[in-house]
Write a protein that binds this ligand. Sequence first.
Ligand code: 13P
Length: 336
Amino acid sequence: MTELNKIALKILSDGKGILAADESNGTMTKRLESVNITSTSENRLLFRETLFSSECMTECIGGVILYDETINQSSISEKKIPTLISDSGAVPGIKVDTGAKVLANSSEEKITEGLDGLRERLKEYYLLGARFTKWRGVYNISEKYPSKLAINSNAHALARYSALVQECGMVPIVEPEVLMDGDHSADDCLIKTSEVIQKCFDELITHKIDLTGIILKPNMILAGNKSKNKISNEEVSFKTLECLKKSVPIEVPGVAFLSGGQSEIEATENLNLINKNNNTNFIMTYSYGRALQQSALKFWSKNIKDVKGTQNVFNHRAKMNTLAAQGKWSSDLENK
Ligand code: 13P
């Protein structure tokens, strides 16, 4: 077993999942303002530190993805944030892309940037304690999109990123997110997501990536949020498994889904069914941002000093998702 494979398994095993707390300052400002909290660096830290000090960090959370601001901050007790996370038993991670920009010659699509100077930045993050990283490519679905140009250029960037991350001794999360925005069917999502993921693996293989030392972070297969033809949760699980089975090489240790705008319960229920019906060898777990933090953020915003109360809300959500990552969740557990 390689060191990279060990790190990946530490993050994903035993129903553990990933807390995606890597919102950029712009995105975090939107999240905080939606609950009437001013987005200062102190408030961003206070909310995140409340989560990172929760009980579920030991039992449920295998890894936390941080943003550059947070990885450089210290907690109230003056512990460095990556140390706070690793002391709880979870692995600190870092988002290293610099965002999705307009793709030249296909202006309705995006290309993710951040390769320039990446090798040097990775060394700094490693010294700060990070042992895994994230890079998100983003694709929209319509009749003509995602284009070959967007599929190929984002896959190439994800592969170059992964090579540099593994060179530095860290596990890359490879995140090709096919957005749920639009009126497309679930079958369109299945076809396009499969094409996107397959191209990513073509490039990862060309770039000699150790596939046992990566984590794939895909979207689930869903109908678009404006589609009139929604499918059942059971169908979501079958289509998601079909996509991954045909697109992901067997060496990959695990898949950690993004929530992508699903409600908290929907994201938990779909993950649970994916695990109940899992006919692959991949670990299937969560790497949720909104679907792990939404209700905790709402609760916290009512009284930002109520650390214990906020942690109870977060602990519950993390526990539900950890059960779902083992196919052991049921809706009646939500109210216990
Ligand atoms: P959501 O779970 O809110 O989609 O966020 C996950 C993530 O990390 C997106 O890049």
